[in-house]
Ligand binder design. Structure first.
Ligand SMILES: NC(=O)c1ccc[n+]([C@@H]2O[C@H](COP(=O)([O-])OP(=O)(O)OC[C@H]3O[C@@H](n4cnc5c(N)ncnc54)[C@H](OP(=O)(O)O)[C@@H]3O)[C@@H](O)[C@H]2O)c1
Length: 295
């Protein structure tokens, strides 16, 4: 096997980590403000479909992933639900998130959309139901629908995605139940420190989507230096950085070796100095829309 010290620059090749990560190493969990436990490291399933998605889910559950993040918008709820039901892992050990699509806002529409997701997922309940985007027309009524679903015990926690501090403060004015989770784009290159601090102060768990920047920043020479030091891959370093900040990352992969690699972010720690170095990578780099445009 090539040693990490021999690897550098744009030619960075991933280490074969298959034998270095303990299988069935259940992710550390945190308790949400509803009292429900949620694994910190999860699997995002955007852009995977059919058999590929089903197999990725089965592989992920076998490796030890217990948090699965899907959405009506991803058009894969059916295969994701099927894989969950096929897996040997009991449903009660799996934390399943899905999201209200942008086209389904409003009180009655949101309730119907939830029913449809539940049916497509072939589940009796959802662990976390999120508003996918803060669509201006309807987000207030949709939140009331989510509160109703929570009150009826059909969902174990409710939350939002793509809410910045302004949007969270607006929500606070009319919400009877505070969001348990805010899922936003977050990475060392988009280190939203103030938003993270606001969420921590308000008992809202921050969850990071596109946490590994879809690999777009893996050639950052500062990251590569740290990879050599820790003998870890770029994905592992970046995911570890999230965990060190108390942020829940949900990287997507449909490849078993990468699922294993990403899961390995849980089995080492970063020195404070190195966390600070990575904090300094911030350049407000975004892949998705800025929620400020949705205020
Ligand atoms: N709430 C929202 O608005 C929102 C928006 C975007 C995403 N999300 C959620 O967040 C999840 C993650 O975000 P994302 O999919 O945008 O980006 P990401 O997790 O940062 O990156 C995923 C991409 O990186 C590749 N990859 C995975 N592990 C890798 C590794 N170890 N080394 C190199 N490449 C690797 C994957 O390809 P392979 O599959 O080929 O491995 C995939 O192309 C989504 O799946 C979705 O569940 C939510």
């Amino acid at each position: 096997m090539q040693s990490v010290a021999e690897i550098s620059g744009a030619d960075f090749v991933y280490l074969n980590v298959m034998n270095r990560i303990p299988l069935n190493d259940i992710p550390a969990s945190i308790t949400l403000n509803t009292g429900v436990s949620m694994p910190m490291l999860g699997l995002g399933v955007y852009d995977m479909h059919g058999r590929e998605a089903e197999q990725a889910l089965l592989d992920a559950l076998e490796i030890g992933y217990r948090l699965i993040d899907t959405a009506e918008m991803y058009h894969n709820e059916e295969e994701i639900g099927r894989a969950i039901n096929r897996s040997a892992v009991p449903r009660s050990e799996i934390f399943l998130t899905t999201k209200l699509n942008n086209t389904e806002h409003g009180f009655e529409k949101a309730l119907k959309a939830f029913d449809k997701s539940l049916k497509t997922l072939q589940q009796d309940y959802i662990d976390l139901y999120l508003i996918h985007w803060p669509v201006k027309k309807g987000r207030k009524d949709s939140w009331a629908a989510l509160e109703k679903l929570y009150g009826e015990g059909r969902v174990r926690a409710i939350g939002v995605a793509n809410y910045n501090e302004v949007l969270l403060k607006e929500l606070k004015q009319y919400a009877s139940i505070a969001p348990a989770v805010n899922q936003v784009e977050f990475s060392p290159w988009l280190y939203q420190k103030e938003l993270l601090n606001y969420c921590k102060a308000n008992q809202i768990q921050l969850q990071a989507y596109s946490p590994i920047t879809r690999g777009l920043k893996f050639n950052d020479s500062r990251l590569i230096e740290l990879c050599k030091k820790y003998e870890k891959t770029p994905a592992q370093l970046v995911l570890r950085w999230h965990l060190e900040h108390g942020v829940s990352p949900i990287p997507k992969s449909s490849k078993k070796e990468r699922l294993l690699e990403n899961f390995g972010a849980q089995s080492f720690s970063l020195a404070d100095d190195d966390i600070q170095i990575m904090d300094g990578f911030n350049e407000n780099f975004r892949i998705c829309d800025d929620p400020a445009d949705w205020q």
